[in-house]
Design a protein around this ligand. Structure first.
Ligand code: UTP
Length: 289
């Protein structure tokens, strides 16, 4: 039996330059889709997979992300006075248990790999999940639950993957694949942002991972990769051949909410799934053909 998955690292120290000016003073992960900030979707997805302990890798100006999961005394007292039972229950459900949310500072955004290395004391000797909150996934079964099931079966590293058009391989980490049952793919290699002509496949890694703690030892070497950043992909590649490593073609649709068009599409897709909003959204969309 592989060790139970209890920990998640949420890197939120990026600068969000693709979303300026909104992200000048506001963390990208606090942008709402319908009525919930991106970070809340990520925490809820992790919880659904049985994760109990969270580490946010933050930077300057990101305090709202932590506040969001704390008690809001004045607000909650006012809601109580006004007998707003439903709103109170919603706030209650958001809260992370005392002591179960840690934050570490990345200080300088040197890349995703560096952000994960900053969480090394939290990770210790345990397997851990990574969720990039700006990748938002609409699915029947939460994406991290699907990965956790694959981890329980394979006992090793599992990353969520999706096929992308070949001309887009230079935006993602791309797999070199082995045995493939149509859903679970054996990973033989992984390359960060290869040119379309050099890409070993079109299967790209999205922002959901379950990794073994040994990846930290490779990150500690601080080797620079694509874009002169410390890349998580390069450290993951070093695990291949030493530990089980699989890609999972998850069920669901992913929206890149770090990109303006992706974010707008997510608003519409998520609103159309909401019984309280779907009819109104469908009605106004008719005017925009
Ligand atoms: P992105 O590639 O989306 O970068 O990071 P970004 O800085 O957030 O946004 P743009 O590209 O400038 O618009 C993917 C994830 O990795 C985190 C980000 O917060 C995001 O969740 N990240 C990235 C870090 O925590 N630290 C880094 O040094 C880089």
């Amino acid at each position: 039996m592989p060790k139970k998955l209890r920990k998640a690292v949420l890197p939120v120290a990026g600068l969000g330059t693709r979303f300026l000016p909104a992200t000048k003073a506001l963390a990208k992960e606090m942008l709402p889709v319908v009525d919930k900030p991106l970070i809340q979707y990520a925490v809820e997805e992790a919880r659904a997979a049985g994760i109990e302990q969270f580490c946010f890798v933050t930077g300057r100006g990101k305090t709202a992300l932590v506040e969001h999961f704390d008690i809001a005394y004045e607000l909650e007292a006012t809601l109580r006075e006004r007998n707003r039972v439903e709103a109170l229950a919603q706030l209650d459900a958001i809260r992370i248990a005392p002591g179960s949310l840690l934050t570490v500072r990345q200080q300088v955004p040197l890349g995703l790999g560096h952000a994960i290395w900053c969480a090394r004391a939290f990770i210790g000797d345990d397997p851990f999940a990574i969720l990039l909150p700006d990748d938002l996934i609409l699915s029947e079964t939460p994406c991290m639950t699907q990965l956790a099931e694959a981890y329980a079966r394979t006992g090793g590293n599992v990353v969520a993957v999706v096929d992308v058009p070949r001309e887009h391989t230079n935006r993602y980490g791309i797999l070199k694949t082995g045995a493939d049952d149509g859903r679970l793919v054996e990973v033989r290699g992984v390359v960060e942002k290869p040119a379309p002509a050099d890409a070993p496949s079109t299967l790209s890694v999205i922002g959901r991972y379950i990794l073994m703690p040994e990846v930290i030892g490779h990150l500690a070497k601080m080797e620079r990769g694509a874009g002169n950043e410390i890349q998580l992909t390069d450290a993951m590649a070093k695990l291949i051949g030493h530990q089980p490593f699989h890609g999972l073609r998850y069920e669901g649709k992913r929206f890149d909410c770090g990109d303006k068009a992706g974010y707008l599409e997510a608003q519409i897709a998520f609103a159309l799934k909401r019984p309280d909003l779907a009819d109104a959204v469908r009605a106004f969309l008719k005017h925009y053909r």
